[in-house]
Design a protein around this ligand. Structure first.
Ligand code: KIV
Length: 299
């Protein structure tokens, strides 16, 4: 959708934002802006707002589809949503989440799932959660020619084993493990690493150590970029938003107010008005009414 440089882009290139530009942005200390999106209009609006990266996140399972967690989200769902988002977003790089169960079994499974997201979904890159075996999966994906983003700290797909949706890296041992995981993902070839729900000083140190950008969510201002979930930041979600979310709009209230007015106007027969209807030539209407009278009499 974007043709001219919108004032908001920190880094401008024509067409799709080139992947190597991200590390250059880190070098220039320009912040990278990422948001989730799940359909064509949100992809188009994110592009129009000058967003650099769009995440087709499995957070969709909760904020769009009303589930309790991201765990049940299927690869097919992410493939479909990525197709929709990439129809709307032209310049931002579109990163598609590998959902739980689509990459844990083996490197081969991870590569096959990543290929589907790129080939069928049109994703520019994929994201996978956790350190440990995920570093091996990330390496296999990168070796297959697909850009991969890591995600450590609070990893919602495995929140149960982390003790729930809570901050990670709050002891020196946990923080060291987090740093090691992030480094392993960088060494595996990830072009960036998401740090979720991590103390700000820990995230800032990880950001200094890594050559690739860190994208924070609940990880403080020291990260190279930030990501927020569309529904959380725009107030379009009834559920409980984490404390690290800042609300930039209250779309839920706007929608309820608009729907309420619509309902009132329909009930009061104020909608539709003349300008919302189609006309018919007088002679055609007369012919139609004569025919309708005849068929009513006959019937
Ligand atoms: O699925 C998602 O939206 C995410 C973000 C919270 C980073 O993984």
């Amino acid at each position: 959708m974007t043709e001219k440089k919108p004032a908001r882009y920190a880094s401008w290139t024509h067409g799709k934002l080139p992947l190597p530009e991200l590390v250059e942005m880190k070098r220039r200390r320009e912040k990278i802006v990422m948001v989730t999106a799940y359909d064509a209009p949100s992809g188009r609006l994110a592009d129009a707002a000058g967003i650099d990266l769009i995440l087709v996140g499995d957070s969709s399972g909760m904020v769009v589809h009303g589930r309790e967690s991201t765990v049940p989200v299927s690869l097919e769902e992410i493939v479909f949503m990525t197709q929709w988002v990439t129809r709307g977003a032209k310049r931002p790089l579109v990163v598609a989440d590998l959902p739980f169960g689509s990459y844990e079994v083996s490197d081969e499974q991870a590569v096959a799932s990543a290929i589907r997201l790129v080939k069928e979904g049109g994703a520019d890159a994929v994201k996978l959660e956790r350190g440990g075996t995920s570093a091996s999966r990330a390496r296999a994906i990168v070796d297959a020619g697909i850009a991969a983003m890591g995600h450590v700290g609070l990893t919602p797909q495995t929140a149960t084993v982390l003790g729930g949706f809570k901050a990670q890296g709050r002891s020196s041992m946990e923080a060291r493990r987090l740093l090691e995981e992030a480094r392993a993902l960088e060494e595996a070839g990830c072009f960036a690493v998401v740090l979720e729900a991590v103390p700000a000083p820990v995230a800032a140190r990880v950001t200094e150590v890594l050559a690739v950008p860190t994208i924070g969510i609940g990880a403080g201002a020291g990260c190279d970029g930030q990501v927020l979930v569309w529904h959380d930041m725009l107030g379009y979600y009834e559920g409980h938003a984490p404390r690290f979310v800042k609300r930039y709009a209250d779309l839920g209230a706007v929608v309820v107010e608009a729907l309420g007015r619509y309902a009132d106007e329909v009930r009061a027969a104020e909608f539709p008005a003349e300008q919302h209807t189609y006309s018919i030539a007088d002679e055609e209407l007369a012919l139609f009414e004569a025919a309708a009278d005849a068929s009513t009499l006959a019937g």
